[in-house]
Write a protein that binds this ligand. Structure first.
Ligand code: FAD
Length: 421
């Protein structure tokens, strides 16, 4: 069925698109396809995250993401109303607040008793001299809003607990296996015929792996020697307000590792401790080791999180790896393309992984609309996208040094003064 509001692009009406992965990039792709008149089936390995108790990620309830113009323009180009709804639930971040990692916990306690609004005050470094900002968005909520939106399209069907197992890109057939907990030993397999398959199945993409059998794909994968552990700062118990300034991305830089905090609409902060494996080993598995480590490196963070909660969350939450993937090409004939993390997973330090994925979708459809033949459009897309995707992966890698070290250096300050001048 065609969306009556938009003419179908290039005779796509009635043609079958299969989207693998209902993460942010898969969901946005489905919306673009639906508006172009494709008959869209979305297959997602996990359960429906709109249902209570279902997580959007297997390792955490959610993460806060920096949403920037790159990602915003991907939504603006297809649905301004959706964009407004998404932005309404985000928090502007005008810059970073770089905290003194030596600020003693006792000072924070005194400020707490004296009723200070923000207990730790850092150096504010604005992102833009014109006051422009990036936004903090909850990944789970953003994904949910996108799914709610595509569920309204009459030509989209969502299939959860369905993991891609096999595909034949010449015959245009894919096989999905039922993956819910009750799947048993011989899970049901569904055979799906398609005209166009979009692989939006994340950093460990099955589509990308299977695509390598069809194209001579250059492929590079790097794990950096940094793990991340999620923690949380809760609101002020008395006032219910944010404990640190809500409109900044907070960094406690330690040269070779760092602690960051990003605001959430519920007045909490999602925090991430990024450190080499050796630092986690140094802490070991005793609460005393953890508190000693924080007293040495991040004393002011202890009263922000609370000693008991810090111990509970640190030992409960996993310490997760960070992967960077570069590959090319991204497509096979007029049959398949990979987008988002499936095409270019990157380390999170530039805050651009999802943003770049949304940009992929917008640019892919610009190519589809510009060419009458899908194979040519995918080929031009692959060529055009490669240098940009590879560059943003590199920028993400170098921005780790910027965040954990350069933000404190006199070189940074001098450069900033020159820019301001
Ligand atoms: P994913 O979000 O990984 O979604 C892929 C989906 O495919 C999942 O739902 C998965 O279940 C499904 N799937 C997997 N395999 C299969 C299969 N075989 N069959 C069917 N479905 C399958 N990005 C930003 O833009 N800004 C930030 O500030 C930012 N911060 C980050 C902080 C951290 C700590 C991390 C880890 C990442 C951060 N990112 C950030 C990156 C961002 O999370 C990703 O780039 C984004 O989630 C990618 O979206 P995606 O839809 O391509 O993939």
């Amino acid at each position: 069925m065609t969306n009556p509001s938009t003419p179908a692009a290039n005779g796509t009406t009635g043609k079958r698109a299969c989207v693998v992965g209902a993460g942010p990039v898969g969901a946005l792709s489905a919306l673009y396809l639906a508006k172009d008149g494709w008959d869209v089936d979305v297959y997602e390995l996990r359960g429906d995250l709109r249902m209570p108790g279902n997580k959007s990620l297997n390792f955490t309830k959610s993460i806060n993401l920096a949403l920037s113009e790159r990602g915003i323009s991907g939504m603006r180009a297809i649905d301004e109303t959706l964009l407004k709804e998404v932005l309404a639930e985000t928090i502007p971040m005008y810059g970073r607040e770089v905290h003194n990692t030596k600020l003693p916990a006792s000072v924070v306690e005194k400020r707490k008793e004296a009723g200070y609004q923000y207990w730790t005050e850092g150096e504010k470094q604005e992102y833009d001299c014109h006051g422009r900002f990036i936004r903090s968005a909850d990944r789970h909520r953003l994904n949910e809003q996108l799914l709610e939106r595509i569920a309204k399209e009459p030509n989209v069907r969502l299939h959860f607990n369905q993991g891609l197992k096999k595909m034949d890109l010449d015959k245009k057939v894919a096989w999905f296996e039922y993956s819910a907990k009750d799947a048993g030993e011989n899970p049901e397999v569904t055979r799906v015929e398609f005209d166009f398959l979009l692989g939006c199945d994340g950093a460990h993409s099955t589509v990308r792996r299977l695509l390598q059998k069809y194209v001579r794909m250059d492929y590079e994968q790097t794990y950096i020697d940094t793990l991340w552990c999620e923690l949380e700062i809760y609101p002020n118990e008395v006032t219910g307000d944010f404990l640190i300034h809500p409109n900044y991305l907070h960094i406690w830089p330690k040269q070779t590792f760092m602690f960051i905090a990003i605001p959430s609409p519920d007045k909490t902060f999602t925090c991430t401790l990024f450190m080499p494996q050796s630092r986690f080993d140094e802490i070991g598995d005793s609460p005393d080791g953890l508190i000693a480590f924080f007293e040495r490196h991040f004393p002011a963070v202890i009263p922000l999180i609370g000693r008991d909660r810090l111990i509970k969350d640190y030992f409960k939450n996993p310490k997760l790896p960070l992967i960077s993937v570069k590959c090319s090409p991204y497509h096979y004939k007029d049959s398949c393309v990979i987008l988002g993390d499936a095409a270019h997973a990157m380390v999170p330090f530039y805050g651009q992984g999802m943003n770049a994925g949304f940009e992929d979708v917008r640019i892919l459809f610009e190519h589809i609309h510009a060419h009458s033949d899908l194979g040519t459009a995918l080929s031009r897309y692959s060529e055009a996208r490669k240098p940009n995707a590879h560059s943003i992966n590199d920028l993400a890698m170098t921005n780790y040094v910027e965040m954990r070290a350069n933000v404190t250096s006199s070189i940074y300050k001098a450069r900033k003064q020159v820019e301001e001048f």
